[in-house]
Structures are given as structure tokens and as C-alpha cells.
Write a protein that binds this ligand. Structure first.
Ligand code: NAD
Ligand code: MG
Length: 292
């Protein structure tokens, strides 16, 4: 096998651009890599039933593709305005011969969050992996300019939805199941303009570590993926200042932004029995930035 240098594996330059949130992968330049053309499965998640939030684009999309190629049936949650991206994912997964269920809903509303879980259980015929990837991130320089509405929506999307969906899922998850949440380098090394977002990512990390201990005796594992800068719609819809996007990720030791495709294998590992003795752990996939 040819060795690949991770420094030069993907371009180090991205492009300044802006879309209204939540944004579409279909409208990004350059295109992100979700492993569509590269991820090869080996039955690691054969016959598993997974619900993935934020599955239309970015990290969730790469995870959905990888899960399907590993043999899982997958329910995709995303915002109704992201149907175009979600249809692309469903098409790719359908071509792999796996069952795919589309569940568009705004999970920052309690009723919706709980219903997405019960719909997934019903339509997949059970559930044994819950992957929470959906998130909201809006960069604001001065805390004085963070509206209560933004603060509320960021916490509802990133933290409350996690609580509601996990609570609902625990009624159904059998022993051997996995819950995987998505934190960030922002939990440890927060940017000054991301006070609200960064603090939700710390909450997700700690929530997951507490929960992992609580449900371990039931045979359910809870783990966290903490990405660094990854090229996704989240970042071009106000997640970063537009003028910072050209050098996005260049501050990392590897000198470039990560791609969604580089995140997916961590979710596969944490869902699969290969990580049977791993719970309450955070896997940092951040281009080499030190974490505690
Ligand atoms: P993304 O924009 O592709 O994914 C975020 C998704 O969240 C959207 O596609 C949308 O479907 C979903 N979402 C947002 N609000 C929602 C709501 N109210 N209801 C339902 N779905 C909603 O971007 P991404 O970067 O792949 O983000 C995925 C996760 O990764 C997020 O939790 C984010 O915090 C985390 N993360 C991203 C980075 C990065 O640099 N991109 C770094 C660290 C952590
Ligand atoms: Mg999206």
C-alpha cells in the first residue's frame, strides 16, 4: 500500500465564502470529502441499526456513509431545509444496498427530538447505535452581541436535544448498544468568539462521561468524538468569520483543515464491538492540537 503523507493528503487552502445557516454541502467550494469514493467497509456494523443526527452533510454524512458500508441500516436526521443534501446521502447509501430512513426534523424542539428517536426505532425495527452529530455554531466577536435567541438555540440544539434523544433512546437500546456524541477541540481550547458554542461542547463531553458510568452496567457504552477544524457547512455559515476561512485549519500541527472523511472511522470504531472495553472516552481528531 502506498504511504500517504497526512500533511499533503488534502489541500491546506480553503476558500472564503458564506451561506445562510444551516447551509448546504452542495453549495460549498472546494467540495468536502465524505469518503463517498474511498470508504471501504468490512462488515464491522453488520445488521446494526443506527440513528445519526446532522447526517445530511459534513461529519454526520461521512459517518452515515461509513456506517452503511459497514453493514448498518441507518436513519438520517437533519433540518427540513437540508433535503437536497440528505437526498444525496440517501442515494449513496441506497446504492450500497442498506436500508435508509429519512427523518427531517428540528431537534431543538423537545417533541421533535423524542419523535425522531421513536420513528427511528419503528422504521428500523429497533435501535442499537445513537450518534449525535447535529450542532449549531455562530461566531460573534463580542459577548454583548450574542442574542438570547442565539444562546438559547445553541444550547437547545447542542445540549438539550442530546438530553432528550438519549433519554428516549435508553428506553430501547439493548445491551451491546453504543451512544456516540460529538464534542470539539473548542471544549478544551475555546475561541474567544465562540463562548456559547464552546461551552456547549464542554457540556457534551462531561454529560457523556457521567452517562457512560451510569449505563455501563446495562452494557451500553457512551463515547465522544472531538473534532478539530473540519471543512463543513457549519464553518461557512457563520461558524467562523468569513475572512478566516482561507486559512481554516492551518494553525494545527498538520497544517490544514480536516475532512469529514477523516472523522468517520472513529464513529465506526466506537459503535463496533472492537471498542468493547472503551466507554466514557473522548477521541480527539484534531490535526495534532494537544488536549488534556
Ligand atoms: P454540518 O453543518 O455539516 O453539520 C451540522 C448539522 O447539524 C447540519 O447538517 C444540520 O443537519 C444539523 N442541525 C443543526 N441544527 C439542527 C436542528 N435544530 N435540528 C436538527 N438538525 C440540526 O457541520 P459539521 O461540522 O459536520 O458539524 C457536525 C458536528 O461536528 C457538530 O456537532 C459540530 O459542533 C461538530 N464539530 C465540527 C467541527 C468543524 O470544524 N466542522 C469541529 C468540531 C466539532
Ligand atoms: Mg447540513
Amino acid at each position: 500500500m502506498t504511504l500517504i503523507n497526512p500533511v499533503t493528503q488534502y489541500p491546506s487552502n480553503t476558500e472564503e465564502q458564506s451561506q445562510p445557516a444551516p447551509g448546504l454541502d452542495a453549495d460549498m467550494t472546494p467540495k468536502a470529502d465524505h469518503g463517498e469514493g474511498s470508504y471501504v467497509g468490512s462488515g464491522k456494523l453488520a445488521a446494526r441499526k443506527a440513528l445519526i443526527t446532522g447526517a445530511d452533510s459534513g461529519i454526520g454524512r461521512a459517518t452515515a456513509i461509513a456506517f452503511a458500508r459497514e453493514g448498518a441500516d441507518v436513519a438520517l436526521n437533519y433540518l427540513p431545509g437540508e433535503q437536497e443534501d440528505a437526498d444525496d446521502v440517501a442515494k449513496i447509501i441506497g446504492e450500497d444496498g442498506r436500508k435508509v430512513v429519512q427523518l427531517p426534523a428540528d431537534v431543538s424542539v423537545e417533541e421533535n427530538a423524542r419523535k425522531v428517536v421513536t420513528d427511528a426505532v419503528e422504521q428500523l425495527g429497533g435501535l442499537d447505535v445513537l450518534v449525535i452529530v447535529a450542532g449549531k455554531q455562530q461566531y460573534v466577536d463580542d459577548l454583548a452581541d450574542v442574542t438570547s435567541e442565539q444562546f438559547d438555540q445553541t444550547y437547545k440544539t447542542n445540549v438539550y436535544a442530546l438530553f432528550w434523544m438519549v433519554q428516549e433512546a435508553l428506553k430501547h437500546l439493548p445491551a451491546g448498544s453504543s451512544i456516540i456524541t460529538t464534542s470539539s477541540i473548542q471544549a478544551y481550547s475555546p475561541s474567544p468568539g465562540l463562548v456559547d458554542y464552546a461551552s456547549t461542547k464542554a457540556a457534551i463531553n462531561t454529560f457523556s462521561k457521567a452517562l457512560a458510568q451510569q449505563v455501563a452496567p446495562k452494557g451500553i457504552r457512551v463515547n465522544v468524538v472531538a473534532p478539530g477544524p473540519v471543512w463543513t457547512p457549519l464553518q461557512v455559515t457563520g461558524g467562523q468569520p468569513t475572512e478566516a476561512l482561507g486559512e481554516f485549519g492551518q494553525q494545527t500541527p498538520l497544517g490544514r483543515a480536516g475532512q469529514p472523511a477523516e472523522m468517520a472511522a472513529a464513529y465506526v470504531y466506537l459503535a463496533s464491538p472492537e471498542s468493547s472495553y472503551v466507554t466514557g472516552e473522548t477521541l480527539n481528531l484534531n490535526g495534532g492540537m494537544p488536549t488534556p
